[in-house]
Design a protein around this ligand. Structure first.
Ligand code: XMP
Length: 305
């Protein structure tokens, strides 16, 4: 286990040395990794670093507002509203890897525009150790690793946390006084809610997924899961009032894990599951069914796509 108190000054010194008098950018996703890397790097080089948050429209409920609040002390912060452009790119795309690709491409376009604008020649990334391992095996294409540097020509890439595990990153985040909502927040995939929607991503499905994920995060917090999530997995028949409806099926998943490479489905008590079901179906007219996923990884993955 790395000691956060001694890691921080060493990492800052490494960042200062790598960036020198140049400008740098970092993609801020709201997750603990990029937030911690951004806070570290901003402490080290101030406004030479431009943190870029791209609002893809695939984010969790309240995430953009949270980012704005938490990082408003960084004068150089850029928030890019790209919701409509992402939805356009995802129109008609149903294959999981094509979805990731479309999101990754659009993300790079948005990011590149800012990087050019601020004349950035360095890229800071919140890559952590398990990202590197999974990417080498290409179990899924994780667009937060590799994509940016391959496409945009930076003089240098700075990855101050490349040897850390997630729990070590959380220690560093706490030592940096990052707000709890960030340091303790569950990991969230780069492509966001798009990998929690089977098939085409539409505004309607996104609305269902966003609300359902919010309910699940709230209700399962006490179980301290590695990740708890909800996915829109299809349609099925249900009854609402006097009518049979063909509504959405929402799958709820909660897993324990150390690094996301393997995971165990959590045992959740019936009452909690029922409360989740009643909130999700109650808050959303178009949801007909809620199911709980009991599959470990392997054979399943954590996300649905
Ligand atoms: P899976 O679903 O492969 O997920 O078991 C393992 C961990 O990785 C996250 N994940 C992603 N993260 N881009 C990301 O940045 C992606 O495309 C992606 N797919 C999965 C997932 O949330 C879990 O923590």
């Amino acid at each position: 286990m790395v000691d956060a108190e001694s890691f921080i000054p060493d990492a800052k010194a490494e960042i200062v040395e790598a960036i020198g008098d140049d400008n740098a950018v970092i993609a801020l996703s709201g997750g603990v990794d990029s937030s911690t890397a951004a806070a570290l790097a901003y402490d080290a080089v101030g406004d030479q670093l431009t943190p870029v948050y791209v609002d893809t429209g695939l984010m969790r409920k309240g995430e953009t507002e949270q980012i704005r609040e938490t990082f408003e002390y960084m004068d150089s912060l850029r928030i890019v509203d790209a919701k409509d452009r992402f939805l356009d790119e995802l129109d008609g795309v149903t294959d999981p890897e094509e979805k990731r690709h479309a999101i990754g491409e659009q993300f790079i376009r948005e990011f590149e525009e800012v990087a050019r604008d601020v004349d950035a020649d360095h890229l800071v990334q919140g890559t952590i150790y398990p990202d590197r391992i999974e990417s080498e095996g290409t179990i899924k294409s994780h667009h937060n690793v590799g994509g940016l540097p391959e496409r945009i020509d930076f003089d240098g890439i700075v990855e101050p946390m490349a040897d850390l595990y997630k729990d070590e990153v959380r220690d560093v985040a706490r030592a940096l006084d990052l707000e709890e909502i960030i340091s303790e927040r569950m990991p969230f995939p780069g492509p966001g809610l798009a990998v929690r929607i089977i098939g085409e991503v539409t505004e309607e499905k996104l609305g269902v997924a966003r609300e359902a994920n919010h309910v699940v995060e709230e209700e399962l917090e006490a179980y301290d899961p590695w990740q708890a999530l909800a996915a829109v997995i299809g349609k099925a028949t249900g009854v609402k009032g006097d009518n049979r409806v063909h509504g959405w099926v929402v799958a709820v998943r909660s897993v324990e894990s150390r690094d996301g490479m393997t995971a165990r489905a959590q045992e959740i008590d019936w009452e909690t599951l029922q409360r989740i079901q009643s909130r999700i179906t109650g808050e959303n007219e178009s949801v007909a069914r809620v199911v709980y996923d009991v599959t470990h990884k392997p054979p399943a993955t954590i996300e649905y796509e």
